[in-house]
Write a new protein. Structure first.
Length: 267
């Protein structure tokens, strides 16, 4: 009888974007999270969080992730979407692997959910898109630390596609309270500090208004998955709230060419 070997996507940016040592990684996450008591009473249906190195965006991301701690052990599926940085392709890419690995352990892929959306024409299996992509990977330790064990992920790298096609995929996976949507996106890139603050404020207002048409590519590297989420949030009558809005000049000090970071919850 042929033995089936489970396939694992190993960490690609551990030791670069976040600590590779499990003890140090956990301590880093806890130090971020303990600064942010949950700001909302109910568990959010969706969050938008940044994906830079933890020294830059970790404190901002933690404000949204802290809102998940009351749902520890209850969220079973995380639909995780982030923009492609390494590989150019059309549509949305899912992996063929069974697990994503971080220094904190293995995170199982919801294979049934992946098979369900793989029937959509805009979804394709493309491991190359996931192999070195950081936008999804940096979210996994935060999810492991806040949700504990027992959740699966539907990892989606978003390539050249439309917000409507992203929304269609999210719609199939929307589910109930057991399902969380996480969109990974930084905001403006490499403007001076004051220009970045103005652009990021405009973007935050558009997110709060659930208006994808007011967010352009220079405002968010994950503009397409953000826009797809906004379409679905409007359809389901959700409200968006900005929890934190800063940039690398605030978190790391250099204000000459900054990257913007925002944390948002939808409930």
């Amino acid at each position: 009888m042929e033995q089936v070997t489970e396939r694992v996507r190993p960490p690609a940016v551990a030791g670069v974007f976040y600590p590779a040592d499990a003890v140090l990684l956990k301590a880093t996450l806890d130090s971020f999270l303990e600064r942010h008591p949950p700001r909302i009473q109910e568990t959010p249906k969706a969050i938008i969080v940044p994906h830079a190195g933890y020294v830059y965006s970790g404190p901002v991301a933690a404000s949204a992730y802290a809102c998940l701690t009351p749902a520890r052990g209850r969220i079973q599926r995380v639909v995780l979407l982030g923009p492609a940085h390494r590989v150019a392709f059309s549509g949305l890419a899912v992996p063929s692997v069974d697990y994503f690995e971080t220094p904190l352990g293995l995170v199982p892929v919801d294979k049934a959910a992946v098979e369900r959306i793989a029937t959509l024409p805009q979804v394709r299996v493309l491991d190359e898109a996931h192999a070195f992509e950081h936008s999804l990977e940096v979210q996994l330790p935060f999810l492991q630390e806040t949700l504990g064990e027992g959740f699966e992920i539907v990892p989606l790298v978003v390539g050249d596609t439309s917000p409507q096609e992203v929304a269609e995929v999210i719609d199939v996976l929307w589910g109930g309270s057991e399902t969380l949507i996480v969109v990974s996106s930084d905001l403006s890139h490499y403007y001076d500090y004051d220009t970045a603050r103005k652009l990021d404020t405009i973007t935050s207002k558009a997110i709060e208004a659930l208006d994808p048409t007011a967010i352009h590519f220079e405002q968010a590297c994950g503009r397409t998955p953000v826009a797809g989420l906004l379409l679905m949030a409007r359809r389901h009558g959700l409200q968006a709230e900005t929890l934190d809005l800063r940039n690398s000049g605030d978190t790391a000090g250099d204000k000459s060419r900054v990257v913007g970071y925002g944390a948002y919850v939808f409930h």
